[in-house]
Design a protein around this ligand. Structure first.
Ligand code: ASP
Length: 384
């Protein structure tokens, strides 16, 4: 299989990130938590130019797709067990589609992923997608991130706003563990690689691929606790499907993303994203959470309002206090779809358009890295 080897000088790689290389036809990876020195040379596979398949970097973070339970019938009592390398090894057909390199970023349920991890992932992916290709990856044509589904949409939307490349970035997970009867992870992973490797996936923003559907990272949300058909872009619909061995697209996305984005996290300290919290509207909500967020130095508060912007009396009073203290308030909705319109109104708050609260929070966090002006922040919500 391997025609020749190239000696690649590998000295120092990204601090705090994992490191991996492809050797002798299989992926080798190691999760690292500190800066790492490798031997000065390391053999790296370089296929003949004429047989060169797209090179896809798989960044593994954990989730159900990497989990195992005690028996095939057990679909819920599982824990993270498999590495990204294990996931790739379970799907030999991937090698017909792409050359893959696996980066084991973490191996955790998705609710363990933090905003600091989003920044580190964006920095890792941006480094990997540099036009000339940087060590240790070389030229990368697309990226797949394996991720737990619970918080998948949050990491996906952050990458949609911060990856500065037209190359495809695909986030994939599974609803059933790898040990399950009818596990959905293997086909989801193969389809994710097919999407990431295909030129028609370029310049579409970050994409979420599960259950043969391709959704925009901006629009999609987890819509069912258990079903394999859980991801939905309510009111907007899928971008396309994976059929046979390739993606088929039906529509694009209008909002700014990836290489058109004004958000640059390359120099951002991962822990330094501005604090933004979410306050949920419900009957009789007294706004105690809003006061607590302000006391914790929140710079923004997203409100999961009832309907198209309405809040309870106590919450409204607390939000007014927060606004007067200089906190940016953004109105989203708890309904699950539709716009909160009206632009800036209701005591100076901004409209989060049709972004759900967890997505609006991410956009507000990034907006606050570039401006504190409410008018500018409204422009940002109108654009992304
Ligand atoms: N608990 C899992 C997670 O990491 C759920 C999943 O991946 O489907 O989000």
């Amino acid at each position: 299989m391997i025609s020749r080897f190239r000696l690649l000088a590998l000295a120092v790689v990204l601090p705090t990130l994992a490191l991996s290389v492809t050797v002798a036809g299989s992926s080798v990876s190691s999760a690292l938590v500190a800066p790492v020195m490798l031997p000065a040379t390391f053999p790296v596979q370089e296929p003949e130019a004429e047989t060169r398949l797209p090179h896809v970097l798989i960044v593994a973070t954990g989730g159900t797709i990497a989990s195992r339970a005690g028996s095939p019938e057990n679909l819920s009592g599982y824990s993270v067990a498999d590495t990204g390398e294990d996931l790739v090894a379970a799907v030999p057909a991937i090698s017909d589609v792409a050359r893959v390199t696996v980066e084991q970023y973490s191996n955790v349920p998705s609710t363990v992923i933090t905003p600091a991890d989003w920044v580190r992932l964006a920095q890792l992916i941006n480094g990997a997608l540099e036009p000339q290709g940087e060590a240790p990856y070389g030229e990368v044509d697309g990226v797949v991130v394996t991720h737990g589904t619970d918080a998948l949409e949050e990491t996906a939307f952050f990458l949609n706003l911060t990856v500065r490349s037209e190359k495809p970035v695909v986030i994939v997970g599974a609803m059933r563990p790898a040990s399950a009867i009818s596990a959905d992870g293997p086909l989801n992973l193969l389809n994710a690689v097919r999407v990431a490797a295909h030129p028609s996936s370029r310049d579409r923003g970050a994409l979420v691929v599960l259950n043969q559907e391709i959704n925009s990272a901006r629009d999609v949300t987890k819509a069912n606790t258990k079903s394999v058909q859980t991801f939905a872009a309510r009111g907007l619909g899928i971008l396309g499907v994976v059929e046979g061995d390739r993606p088929i697209y039906y529509r694009g996305t209008e909002r700014r993303h990836t290489h058109e984005s004004e958000f640059d996290v390359s120099g951002l300290e991962p822990e330094n994203l501005p604090r933004v919290d979410v306050s949920y509207t419900y009957a009789g909500a007294d706004g105690a959470d809003v006061d607590a967020f302000v006391a914790k130095s929140a710079r923004g508060i997203v409100v999961a309002t009832a309907g198209a912007g309405a809040t309870s009396r106590g919450q409204s009073a607390a939000l007014r206090r927060a606004f007067e203290a200089g906190v940016i308030v953004a109105r989203s909705s708890r309904t699950g779809s539709g716009r909160v319109g009206g632009g800036r109104s209701r005591g100076g708050s901004v409209s989060a358009d049709d972004l759900n609260p967890q997505k609006a929070r991410i956009l507000l966090m990034l907006a606050l890295t570039v401006t504190e002006d409410a008018g500018e922040i409204q422009r940002i919500f109108n654009s992304y």
